[in-house]
Design a binder for this molecule. Structure first.
Ligand code: SF4
Ligand code: SF4
Ligand code: FES
Length: 258
């Protein structure tokens, strides 16, 4: 059998152990991926003993507690803390999720926290999303209208047409779906991935947009769209309960029938 080994400097090593100093009886062990580009060292897993008696319910509360009270160098993204901005996406307990939405009470045993998978790591839990943002920009996620007069006045939309955007407009571009998609892992430079395709579909079916045909033509590409093999990891991982796999199959259907 063929065996693949990581290069020596990519092997994840055992890191530091931060023992509880409070004497609390409610301690949780939290294992966190660490990598610092400024140090010429392998990535490592640090373990923190965290006093849950004095901690909020979410995984983000644990990270904030570690940063504020144990190791200020711990690096991760967060902003809204309410599942709105998408910046705290990471892999918790083997699943891509928003750390501000994920309750640590649901996790038995140690908590393992890694950056979103299959992306370059910038530092610790911060993954490099620049390719995904470039792809997002490529689908031109804004209303495109040709009629000059509509550029100055409000464009009305019927309730029925507005309803078609439900399940799409709620997407916060957190990238949990794209980074759980095997097709995106292997072809991330070319395949647009579920997050960007859901966004593409959102603009294509907006009744106010006047470039539906051009938008469809842009994504009708065997690598950009048809790399989706309906594996459904994306839908299973969306912390907002959206269904990118369905949006992708709707796009394929539109292309087949247009
Ligand atoms: S359904 Fe398509 S986009 Fe979703 S995980 Fe599978 S291959 Fe990726
Ligand atoms: S579809 Fe869900 S998982 Fe994917 S980017 Fe949008 S909110 Fe995140
Ligand atoms: S911090 Fe904004 S979604 Fe989690």
């Amino acid at each position: 059998m063929v065996q693949f080994n990581l290069p020596e400097n990519s092997k994840v090593l055992k890191g530091n152990y931060f023992k509880d100093t409070t004497g609390s009886k409610n301690i949780k062990k939290v294992n966190i991926y660490r990598w610092n580009p400024d140090k010429n060292e392998n990535p490592k897993i640090d373990t923190f003993e965290v006093d849950l008696a004095k901690c909020g319910n979410k995984v983000l509360d644990i990270l904030n507690k570690i940063k504020n009270e144990i190791d200020p160098s711990l690096t991760y993204r967060r902003s809204c803390a309410h599942g709105v901005c998408g910046s705290c996406a990471m892999n918790v307990d083997g699943v891509n999720t928003l750390s501000c939405m994920k309750s640590h009470k649901d996790i038995n045993g140690d908590i393992n926290i890694y950056p979103l998978p299959h992306l370059k790591v910038i530092k610790d839990l911060v993954a490099d999303l620049s390719t995904l943002y470039r792809q997002y920009e490529s689908i031109e996620p804004w209303l495109k209208i040709k009629e000059q007069k509509y550029k100055a006045i409000e464009i009305n939309q019927s309730k029925e047409n507005r309803k078609k955007l439900d399940g799409l407009y709620e997407c916060i571009m957190c990238a949990c779906c794209s980074t759980s998609c095997p097709s995106y892992w292997w072809n991330g430079e070319k395949y647009l991935g579920p997050a960007v395709l859901l966004q593409a579909y959102r603009w294509i079916i907006d009744s106010r947009d006047e470039e539906r045909k051009e938008r469809l033509k842009t994504i009708a590409d065997k690598l950009k769209l048809y790399r989706c093999h309906t594996i459904m990891n994306c839908t299973n991982s969306c912390p907002k309960g959206l269904n990118p796999a369905k949006a992708i199959s709707s796009l394929k259907k539109m292309l087949a029938t247009n």
